[in-house]
Ligand binder design. Structure first.
Ligand code: SER
Length: 605
């Protein structure tokens, strides 16, 4: 039977609604209950308190379609089914029905062509938990399948690693029974069976018998009320039902994938190109869904923002690999809306925010790439090779991704010494770590994380003023508390509103470029020669430390600083005041991603 995503969602919800389940909306992609988790990664995540016994306002039987983002398998994306964003159909019993009834309902839904999936009984296989020292084999689930007319050779007992479901190390969990469809390819071996991974048996639904809670000490305690948590990945189910070669042919992907073919002008992709096309399609969908969530996330170098940034940048990189040499991610956004906009109105509601963040990120990353490419090519011309050190320099100074340096080297018949790259990377990390651990003497009174971040921001502000307002604008004094920085500079006027915006934007661009901060020790004369900012009127010792932020700021300073500018998130000037004839005092703050509402992110870049 051919089925669209809309039809599958509709059938699933209706089937369970008619069997006493309340339809509940998808929770936000961003977990509200557990701030340590970046995104909802399973249907059960927003329901954990109810699985642990708290009464749900909508009752004991629920059904939903939950938006999920899972990045654990991000490197597998590009094959036929791994995804970072997916929709999970689920029905829930909170201390209500148990195995037998869950299995009866599942069977009816699987087989019925009018109200369910219309699958043939003989293509189905079922796995159940084989038991271990703590929990016995799940004969109850196996008998329930048998009672539905399933023969014993379609039922397979599998161990903990296959048939036990838990979201993390602790929390509600239990044995499960998984439903597989035999897609009728040849067996990979005589023992080929569900779970073997060859692709003959595709898992489409998982019924978890959530009956235990695991504590911090690893112990299992039976839950007072036993729950059912089921999960059917929408994309995979559609692929199987429609007998499509991968999830990318289903209608939740098709408009996106078609547009990528069109933009890349590809009709008959090689294996590598096909993988790139799939990665772009997956990543733009996830990034769009994350950006469209009402929380107003933006790409950044921290946590959720970093996931979004990574998804977008990897997509752009694969675009480059396909030979797409122009901005293209924005063109895919209407296609994401075509695929998912009807189901998720946040895509429509927050389209402008989503589109503008995607376009800004593409612009930023392309600038990085352009600069890096120029330097890489120049280095190749001059030296005839790219070493591991060069690769590190490109990364450290221009934020140029290592994968791209490797690619350029390969195109020139060379190999980057990755061990050398890693060694430099580690060395640099260690230096930053040491600096943060105050192994060096420092003028900073307080070495809290907030103060160190503001200290790096002070350098950036200083460099911005020096570059944008005038080469004579030097620091006269600085004072940092946990809440704010205060920088006094030599200037006989206030900044105009336009200048303030320019300065903020300059600093924030550097933050966005996530440049590393490094230092070298040298003589004050050498520092001056290299153009480092400093108080040359003062007396320095024989050797000074010079901190560099990528290639944009150099300043004599004893540190410590953060290791990457991205850690600063976002900078804002909050006040300016003239103190005396030739001194301007500026106060600035750093905001963290999550506290920001997105109206504050209207910077144009
Ligand atoms: N929690 C299980 C899963 O995510 C079933 O919903 O697979």
């Amino acid at each position: 039977m051919q089925m669209t995503a809309t039809e599958l969602r509709r059938r699933y919800l209706k089937f369970f609604q008619e069997r006493g389940h309340a339809v509940i909306p998808s929770a936000s992609l961003i977990p509200q209950l557990d701030p340590t988790v970046l995104f909802q990664s399973a249907g059960m995540q927003p329901l954990v308190p109810y699985l642990l016994g708290q009464p749900h306002p909508d009752g004991k039987r629920l059904v939903n379609v939950q938006k999920c983002i899972r990045t654990d398998d991000i490197n597998e994306v590009g094959d036929t089914f791994h995804l970072t964003f997916f929709e999970m159909l689920g029905n829930w019993s909170l201390g209500d029905y148990w195995k037998k009834e869950a299995i009866e309902m599942a069977m009816e839904f699987l087989l019925d062509p009018k109200i369910g999936l219309g699958l043939e009984k003989q293509v189905l296989h079922f796995t159940v938990f084989e038991g271990d020292e703590q929990v016995p084999p799940d004969k109850e689930a196996a008998s329930a399948w048998e009672a539905q007319g399933i023969s014993s050779d379609q039922i397979h007992y599998l161990p903990y690693k296959d048939n036990w479901w838990a979201l993390g190390d602790t929390g509600p969990q239990g044995p499960d029974t998984e439903i597989f469809v035999d897609i009728n390819t040849p067996k990979c071996s005589a023992d080929c069976r569900p779970g073997c991974g060859c692709g003959k048996f595709v898992e489409i639904w998982n019924l978890v018998f959530m009956s235990y809670n695991r504590g911090e000490d690893g112990s299992l305690t039976p839950l007072k009320k036993k729950n059912i948590d089921t999960g059917m990945g929408l994309e995979r189910a559609l692929q199987v039902l429609n007998k499509q070669p991968s999830v990318y042919e289903t209608d939740v992907f098709k408009p996106i994938v078609e547009k990528i073919y069109e933009i890349a002008r590809i009709t008959d992709p090689s294996k590598g190109q096909l993988r790139s096309i799939r990665i772009i399609a997956d990543h733009i969908r996830s990034a769009a869904m994350a950006l469209a969530d009402d929380q107003g996330l933006v790409p950044s170098n921290l946590e959720r923002g970093y996931v979004i940034r990574r998804l977008l940048r990897v997509a752009i990189r694969h675009g480059l690999q396909l030979g797409i040499d122009r901005f293209f991610l924005g063109e895919l956004v209407p296609r994401v809306l075509a695929a998912l906009g009807e189901e998720y109105d946040e895509l429509v509601r927050n389209k402008d925010h989503m589109l503008s963040e995607i376009e800004k990120e593409e612009k930023r990353f392309r600038n990085t790439v352009r600069r890096g490419l120029r330097i890489a090519e120049k280095t190749l011309d001059e030296k005839g090779e790219l070493t591991g050190n060069d690769a590190f320099m490109l990364f450290a100074t221009y934020g140029f991704p290592i994968e791209m340096t490797v690619q350029i080297a390969e195109e020139n018949g060379q190999k980057i010494d990755l061990a050398e790259f890693r060694k430099e990377f580690e060395r640099h990390r260690q230096i930053s770590r040491d600096a943060t651990q105050q192994k060096f003497t420092s003028g900073l009174a307080d070495h809290s994380e907030e103060v160190i971040r503001l200290h790096t921001a002070t350098h950036l502000l200083h460099a911005a003023l020096h570059n944008l307002i005038g080469p004579d604008v030097y620091q006269k004094g600085s004072n940092i508390t946990k809440q704010r920085l205060r920088l006094d500079v030599q200037l006989n006027r206030k900044l105009t509103a336009k200048e303030l915006t320019q300065v903020e934007k300059w600093v924030n661009d550097i933050i966005q470029r996530d440049l590393p901060i490094t230092f070298e020790t040298m003589s004050p004369q050498e520092a001056k020669k290299q153009g480092a900012l400093g108080f040359f009127g003062e007396k320095y010792g024989d050797q000074v430390k010079v901190y560099s932020v990528g290639d944009v700021s150099k300043e004599i300073c004893s540190g410590p600083h953060v290791s990457q500018t991205g850690i600063l998130s976002k900078f804002r000037i909050v006040r300016q005041k003239r103190i005396g004839a030739d001194t301007l005092r500026l106060r600035g703050v750093l905001e963290s991603d999550d506290k920001d509402d997105h109206s504050k992110h209207q910077e144009a870049s």
